[in-house]
Each structure stands twice: as structure tokens, then as C-alpha cells.
Design a protein around this ligand. Structure first.
Ligand code: ZN
Length: 403
């Protein structure tokens, strides 16, 4: 059976290596090659697979069965250039791998820190190009708990404690204070941070906790009864700081204040905007009232009803309703208002003294528009797709009132 020596077990910093091709195969529908030794990390344990090249050919993914690491290639022809027995030069995409080492080690430290400071165990760990999270076994998390865990984890980072990875015997394993029992049979690889954390783990980690750089909790939220904590370590934390600083600087420049004054300035802007909206609503109501009176003065007399028929394309529906209601506030007032658009809209309002029913009138109009709507005897509204019949719909409603 093809067996691969995993170089990353002993040296997580090995980025370039030579190896011999020992097998060809197909994995997940892709041509794949196995080597006698490989520094490529295959997907597993929450850590994504490495990328890189073999003799310059792109390695698209890396998967493993218990004995063999498979390097997935783009095309079947690629296998012909890597015949069995050939010596190949492997190169890991180092920036990506080191990012995974920082996030994975940071996860061990943050998980251990939540356990030490709040007694909260981690149930799951997710690492992708976009985010890194742990799921804590608690329905609620307080900011002080997050701060305490974050501070302890960073203190361990700054102490540059050695991070060691080695396979241990069952007897040795029984003596180690492992966070949780290992999920594999046979020899167990333990990643340890002196006097802080012992975890069964097959992943890649920096030599020292100092390699993690910084652990920053970004946000947390409830997730299926637990709490998902999103954080960033090392280079990701630096990029996050830059992103937030740029966003804050942009917002501060827009508001012409310093970054520290942003919260107060944002509050002022929102308060001013609300005050203006209130003022605008008062002005618009006055405008609608005066327009309603102007229309009412030219209304058509139909029995006790004084009917205003008009089409307005320039007002939103809320304003049309306001206008219609102001007309219906006059003695005998009936408003038949149409708004072109897709769908075309009808608003009908009737004063009780008009003896008219807004719902019944609307039904007549909507029959023309082939539309739907509803309301009360005083105010009804609806719309339909036959926009070209808007004039006809208003005429039909007017006709229903006796021409
Ligand atoms: Zn791990």
C-alpha cells in the first residue's frame, strides 16, 4: 500500500521538499498523485488543505486516507509528467499555510482560555479563508467573559511559550490533562503549550505561541443553543485592524470629526435626521391639506357626493392616501386618485356624508386594471397590471357614481 511520511508532523515550517511519486489515483473525481513523503497538509481536524505546486503543477486540493496523502491535480495529462518513481519538487503556498497555523494555534489558546476563565468548553471549530470561529457551550456570553479569555490567551501568546507536537503512547496519554478525549485509535498526536493546553491534534502550529502574534475576538452571536465566537489571529488580526481603521477614518472624514468623536457625531446626525423627518411630515401634511382644498373646490357634484378625480405620478402612495383622506375630510368629499406605474395604483376615499363606499368603488376600478386590493368604506387601495387602462378605471368609478 502507498504510504506517505507526513513531513509537517515533525516540521510545520517545511515549505519546500523533494519526494518520489509512489501512486496515481482519482480522488473526488480529480487525478491525484501520492508521494513517499509530503509537507502538504491534507484537509482535516478543522484545518483546510494546503495549496502549492508539484514540479510547478498546481495542487488544487489535498486529501488523505489513514496511510496516504493525495495531491489533487487539474488534468489527467498532469499525471503523465509525474510518472511513478519520478522525483518531484514540492512547494507549499506558504502565506496561506502560515495563516492557517496562526489561526489554528490561536484557536487552541482561545479555547483553553475560555475554559480556564469561564469554564466554557468549545464544541466546534471552523476555519476558512473568510473566517475562524469556535462554538462555545453556552446560550449567553458576557463582554467581561470575552475580555477575560482574550486577555489570558494573548498573555500566553506574548510569553512565547513553546508549542510542541509529538505522538504519545497510551500510558503517557493517560497522564496528560487533555482538554477532551482523542477521537482516533492508535498512536495519538498531542499538541501542547507548556502549562496551558494539551490537545489531541493533527494540525500545524508555530514553534512558539509568539508566532500567533495577536488573538482578537471580533464578534459573537447565538448559534443553535450555543454561542459562536468569531476571532482573528496574527496577519488576519492586522488586516482587520487596518479595515476598521480605514472605515472609521472614512466615516470621520465624511462627518468632519476625529475618529474618537464618531459615536457622538453619528448620534447627532441621526437625531437631526429624525427631527427633519418630523418637520417634513408636518410640511407635507399642510401641503396635502391645501391641495385637497384646491381640488375639492373644483369637485364634480354627484348627488350628495363632491367627487375629485385625478392622476398623480409624482407622489408616493403614502402621500396619495394622505391627499385622498384630506379630500374625504370635506363635506361629501370623494377622492378617486390613480397613480401610473407597474402595477398602476388606485386610492379611493369617501366621506360618510357622501353616501359612497370606497371599497365598492375600488372594486369597479380594479376590474378594469385586473388587479387586487382592499380597505374600508372610508379608504381603499389597490393595484393591477393593466396600466394602460388607468384613465378608463377612474372613468368607470366616476360612472358608478352616476356619470
Ligand atoms: Zn488542533
Amino acid at each position: 500500500m502507498a504510504e506517505t511520511t507526513r513531513l509537517y508532523y515533525d516540521d510545520a515550517y517545511c515549505a519546500d521538499f523533494t519526494a518520489r511519486v509512489i501512486a496515481h489515483g482519482t480522488v473526488a473525481g480529480r487525478p491525484a498523485v501520492a508521494l513517499d513523503r509530503s509537507a502538504f497538509y491534507p484537509e482535516g481536524g478543522g484545518q483546510p488543505a494546503d495549496r502549492g505546486t508539484l514540479n510547478g503543477l498546481a495542487v488544487l486540493d489535498v486529501q488523505a486516507d489513514p496511510s496516504t496523502v493525495w495531491h489533487l491535480l487539474a488534468r489527467a495529462e498532469d499525471l503523465a509528467t509525474l510518472p511513478i518513481g519520478a522525483v518531484v519538487q514540492g512547494a507549499i503556498a506558504w502565506e496561506r499555510r502560515f495563516d492557517h497555523m496562526q489561526q489554528h494555534c490561536g484557536q487552541h489558546l482561545l479555547t483553553a482560555a475560555f475554559l480556564a476563565t469561564s469554564g466554557l468548553p468549545t464544541l466546534a471549530f471552523h476555519l476558512s479563508d473568510g473566517s475562524v470561529t469556535i462554538d462555545l457551550d453556552t446560550p449567553a456570553l458576557q463582554p467581561a467573559q470575552v475580555r477575560a479569555a482574550e486577555e489570558l490567551a494573548n498573555r500566553v501568546v506574548w510569553e512565547c511559550r513553546p508549542v510542541e507536537a509529538r505522538f504519545v503512547t497510551a500510558a503517557e496519554l493517560a497522564r496528560l490533562p487533555l482538554r477532551k478525549p482523542p477521537q482516533v485509535d492508535g498512536p495519538v498526536r498531542v499538541v501542547s503549550v507548556a502549562d496551558f493546553d494539551y490537545s489531541a491534534c493533527g494540525g500545524t502550529h508555530p514553534h512558539s505561541t509568539g508566532g500567533v502574534g495577536l488573538i482578537s475576538v471580533l464578534r459573537w452571536s447565538r448559534q443553535r443553543g450555543g454561542t459562536r465566537v468569531e476571532f482573528a489571529c496574527g496577519g488576519r488580526a492586522l488586516r482587520e485592524v487596518r479595515r476598521l481603521a480605514a472605515a472609521a477614518a472614512g466615516a470621520a472624514a465624511s462627518l468632519s470629526v476625529g475618529v474618537d468623536e464618531l459615536p457622538a457625531a453619528a448620534e447627532r446626525v441621526v437625531a437631526a435626521q429624525k427631527a427633519m423627518a418630523r418637520e417634513l411630515a408636518v410640511s407635507q401634511a399642510a401641503l396635502d391639506a391645501s391641495e385637497a382644498l384646491r381640488c375639492y373646490a373644483a369637485a364634480l357634484q354627484r348627488g350628495p357626493a363632491r367627487v375629485v378625480r385625478l392622476i398623480r405620478a409624482d407622489l408616493p402612495l403614502a402621500r396619495l392616501r394622505s391627499l385622498a383622506q384630506q379630500i374625504a375630510a370635506q363635506p361629501g368629499g370623494v377622492a378617486l386618485i390613480g397613480a401610473p406605474g407597474t402595477p398602476a395604483q388606485l386610492v379611493v376615499a369617501c366621506a360618510a356624508s357622501s353616501g359612497c363606499d370606497a371599497r365598492a368603488l375600488l372594486t369597479t376600478g380594479l376590474a378594469m386594471l385586473e388587479g387586487r386590493g382592499g380597505g374600508t368604506a372610508q379608504l381603499a387601495q389597490g393595484g393591477g397590471p393593466r396600466t394602460e387602462r388607468l384613465e378608463a378605471a377612474l372613468d368607470a368609478m366616476l360612472a358608478a357614481l352616476g356619470g
